[in-house]
Design a protein around this ligand. Structure first.
Ligand code: ADE
Length: 232
């Protein structure tokens, strides 16, 4: 994996990473700025996609199709879906699914896209291994969990919706981009990993917790990705 694409949804995360980069060259595609250069000595292209599945998929496709990256990492924050996973902890994806795909009218389970052989996208084992080691080195004080990431174009802050999601999909965290990036990586047959630091519990405290803990969560995810690049 010579060249790694890194997608962040928000400016804050992307700016932290850009500050740490050297030999930077900037190119614009589809109204997004792509920062090519080195992060911890590794060749990377960093982009701030904006939130949501469409922005994330467009950024991922440009990384794959134009920059020809060898792998894509999506870093950012998420709401926890598990009582053992607390604010500040990190989730590494084992797989990812778009929880808002709904063709149940035609007899398909939620999250299943009937036009394709797969709708659950498996994360790359090698990237998972490196990320886990990077977490231990960069953030030894936080909990690291491996499991399913759920993504959709909704900020989840309703305990009933949260419980329903967990029952249907069994995920560890919910956010708004990871599975769209995983989907695009799958279409392009390149490895991917989602790394998410928890900013809230996706329940009725989420609207308060998210702004309070966002910065700390962003800092954790950025530290991990920076460490990871130094190991690759
Ligand atoms: N990103 C961070 N917290 C989230 C939540 N509760 N729902 C969706 N995306 C999120």
């Amino acid at each position: 994996m010579d060249l790694i694409g890194i997608i962040c949804a928000m400016n804050k995360e992307a700016n932290f990473l850009k500050e740490k980069m050297t030999d930077v060259n900037i190119e614009s595609h589809a109204s997004m700025d792509y920062y090519s250069g080195k992060l911890s000595g590794k060749n990377v292209v960093v982009v701030r996609s904006g939130t949501g599945k469409v922005n994330a998929a467009v950024a991922a496709e440009i990384l794959a199709g134009i920059f020809k990256v060898d792998a894509i990492i999506n870093t950012g924050i998420a709401g926890s879906l598990n009582k053992d996973i607390n604010i500040g902890d990190v989730v590494l994806s084992t797989d990812a699914i778009e929880h808002d795909i709904d063709q149940t009218t035609f007899g398909f389970k939620k999250g299943i896209n009937p036009d394709q052989p797969e709708s659950i996208y498996t994360a790359d084992p090698e990237l998972r291994k490196i990320a886990k080691e990077a977490c231990e080195k960069a953030c030894p004080y936080i909990g690291v969990f491996e499991g399913r990431v759920l993504s959709g174009d909704q900020f989840i802050s309703d305990p009933e919706i949260k419980d329903e999601m967990v029952e249907l999909f069994g995920g560890l965290c919910v956010e708004m981009e990871g599975a769209a990036i995983a989907h695009t990586a799958w279409l392009n047959q390149i490895p991917y990993l989602v790394i998410r630091a928890i900013s809230d519990k996706a329940d009725d405290s989420a609207d308060m917790d998210y702004p309070t803990f966002q910065k700390m969560a962003v800092e954790n995810s950025v530290k991990i990705v920076t460490e990871m690049m130094g190991m690759m």
